[in-house]
Ligand binder design. Structure first.
Ligand SMILES: [Zn+2]
Ligand SMILES: [Zn+2]
Length: 277
């Protein structure tokens, strides 16, 4: 019998907006968005928040790497770890960067050049030693990085746009849906399509329903909306993600408890956690 191939997601950063390390966030983690997804021998990264730095250290110690890094979007909390990703400075590495939200007004290379521009940053992307490619696609496109692995994408509801991802491998599905805001009436059809029947749905649950009215229009959602979405879409497990920096460990424990009451099996993402669908 064929051995089932590895399919996992590891959380290197679970926060939204800004990193918030400290004694009050030590259990859930203080780094901003960064996921590592393993499909068999292949590794992919989703978002380059501050969590990317530590993952880069691990990859650098392992030696040469050939990797794809997909951005949901280019707000600062999702890109600011990139200049601190050690594999970019190692000759021989191949790193492909992907974004689906920028066309037609922008392009990924130009956006990152501007992020690393003096006097905001001391060195430009030209100093990367790895073979780096900058790839823009149009969200809605599907990609097949290798046989048996399909990545479907779709637009999210966020200022300056963002891309949601559905990763299909070995008959299982992981979805990464951040940053996005739900609509007042009905479920977002783009999100519903991406998460239909998925095993794991990592969802922008920055706020609670009680907090949300104060932050309407900020481009983020709630864990309760995540529950409604996965139930309507026939998806299996909701993973609460993109925690607000003001939500300390005590607050997140309460969210975890309430979410488990509302939908047993719901998980609150913690830095360092690995999930297998
Ligand atoms: Zn964000
Ligand atoms: Zn954002």
């Amino acid at each position: 019998m064929a051995e089932q191939l590895e399919f996992s997601v590891t959380f290197w950063g679970v926060r939204g907006s800004i990193a918030c390390p400290g004694p009050e966030t030590v259990r859930y983690g203080g780094n901003t968005s960064c996921l590592e997804v393993k499909c068999g021998d292949r590794r992919m990264i989703f978002d380059a928040g501050t969590g990317l730095r530590k993952l880069g250290g691990v990859l650098a110690r392992e030696g040469a790497c050939d990797i794809d890094l997909f951005f949901t979007h280019t707000h600062f909390d999702h890109v600011c770890g990139l200049p601190f990703f050690a594999p970019l400075f190692m000759p021989g590495n191949r790193i492909r960067l992907w974004a689906g939200h920028l066309l037609p007004e922008y392009g990924l290379r130009q956006v990152l050049v501007e992020m690393m521009m003096a006097p905001l940053f001391p060195v430009p992307p030209d100093i990367f030693q790895a073979d780096v490619s900058y790839n823009d696609f149009q969200h809605g496109d599907a990609m097949t990085p290798m046989q048996g692995l399909t990545i479907r994408t779709g637009p999210l509801n966020h200022p300056n746009r963002a891309t949601g991802y559905r990763i299909e491998f070995g008959g299982r599905v992981i979805c990464y849906i951040t940053d996005t805001e739900h609509f007042d009436a009905g479920r977002d059809p783009n999100v519903a399509t991406l998460i239909a029947g998925a095993d794991l749905v990592i969802y922008d649950a920055t706020y609670t329903d009680a907090e949300y009215p104060k932050f309407k229009g900020y481009g983020h959602s709630t864990w309760q909306e995540g529950v409604r979405l996965v139930e309507d879409a026939g998806a299996k497990t909701l993973v609460i993600f993109h925690h607000d920096p003001s939500h300390d460990d005590v607050f997140m424990d309460a969210v975890a408890h309430e979410a488990d009451q509302a939908r047993p099996g719901t998980i609150v993402a913690r830095e360092g956690m690995t999930l297998r669908p």
